[in-house]
Design a protein around this ligand. Structure first.
Ligand SMILES: [Cu+2]
Length: 314
């Protein structure tokens, strides 16, 4: 015989408790909705992005940010619901005597609920993740700007290209050195394609404000991604996000976002043979990086252990 938990008919007291629980749940949902309205729907801003960096400068970054915020809210809602059930059970079914409480097993509605609810939650998260990931990975046939990102130990080269793919030509180039941080100049409001390749080991191209990083592989692999537009002019620090060797932490660059007209002027100056610094000065921009500075890659008298090096005290 299979024991059924629903054999006992609910008493009037239980029914009123159930009504109270439903009221409480309604109050919780109403409160959450009110909180959302009060914060002007900027829930992410009110909770510091749930740890995700804010201030993305591409439409893709905003969509990824929204997905993160929605997922965190969904996780919190499930968490609050589960915590509520745990505490309710602890208080409602605390030990009152030696007799066992009703042993509920094979309660079909309940088993159905805790099987279907997680599947539904995962399905919804999967759906939105797939949609946004596809959007972030989408490339076009004719982007407005194509830049080849070449990583090497331990710096960057940015090649402005006249087309897409490895067969296109480089029309202008910026090469980072130990003394000068390379500046990648790009325009707002244009489709930009990044084609990445490495000269040696795996690096990773990362501008925090893109809310996105992508590995740069050596060999014949060209790792490609696009942004439909950059929304905000400014200077943004860029870094290598893949541990690539001794001076990995020094592989910094700067993304300088300018207006389309200034970009055209910059590119024309570069094509005419000017240095990146001169071309930046020509459009009224700071010629050197403002968000980071070159690191010293060699020890000097200020940072080695003078005492042991001179033999004193050894
Ligand atoms: Cu690197």
């Amino acid at each position: 015989m299979v024991a059924r938990g629903s054999d006992v008919r609910p008493t009037a007291g239980r029914r009123s408790q159930r009504r109270n629980a439903v009221r409480l749940a309604g109050l919780g949902v109403g409160g959450a909705a009110l909180l959302t309205l009060l914060t002007g729907c900027d829930v992410g801003g009110a909770v510091d992005g749930f740890g995700w960096p804010q201030g993305g400068i591409t439409p893709q970054s905003h969509r990824m940010y929204d997905l993160w915020i929605a997922s965190a809210i969904a996780a919190l809602a499930v968490g609050v619901f589960v915590w509520g059930l745990i505490f309710w059970c602890i208080i409602r079914y605390r030990k009152r005597g030696d007799s066992l409480p009703v042993q509920t097993r094979f309660n079909m509605p309940m088993e159905f609920l805790y099987t279907i609810a997680p599947v539904l939650i995962v399905a919804v998260l999967f759906y939105y993740t797939a949609i946004i990931q596809t959007d972030v990975d989408r490339t076009s046939k004719n982007p407005d700007v194509t830049v080849e990102v070449v990583a090497f130990k331990w710096n960057w080269q940015f090649n402005y290209r006249d087309g897409v793919g490895p067969d296109a030509n480089t029309v202008a180039s910026t090469l980072g050195t130990t003394e000068v941080i390379p500046i990648l100049v790009l325009p707002t409001d244009r489709t930009i394609r990044f084609e990445e390749t490495s000269k040696d080991v795996i690096h990773s191209f990362w501008v925090p404000e893109l809310l996105f990083k992508r590995d740069v592989f050596p060999g014949s692999v060209r790792n490609v991604f696009e942004v439909t537009r950059l929304t905000t002019e400014g200077a943004y620090v860029g870094r290598c996000a893949e541990l690539c060797g001794t001076y990995h932490s020094m592989m910094n660059f700067e993304l300088r976002v300018v207006s389309p007209a200034e970009y055209d002027q910059f590119l024309a100056a570069k094509k005419a043979g000017q240095s990146t610094q001169d071309a930046l000065s020509a459009i009224g921009e700071d010629p050197l990086a403002t968000t980071t500075e070159p690191f010293k890659t060699r020890r000097d008298e200020n940072n080695f252990n003078k005492t042991s090096a001179t033999g004193v005290g050894s």
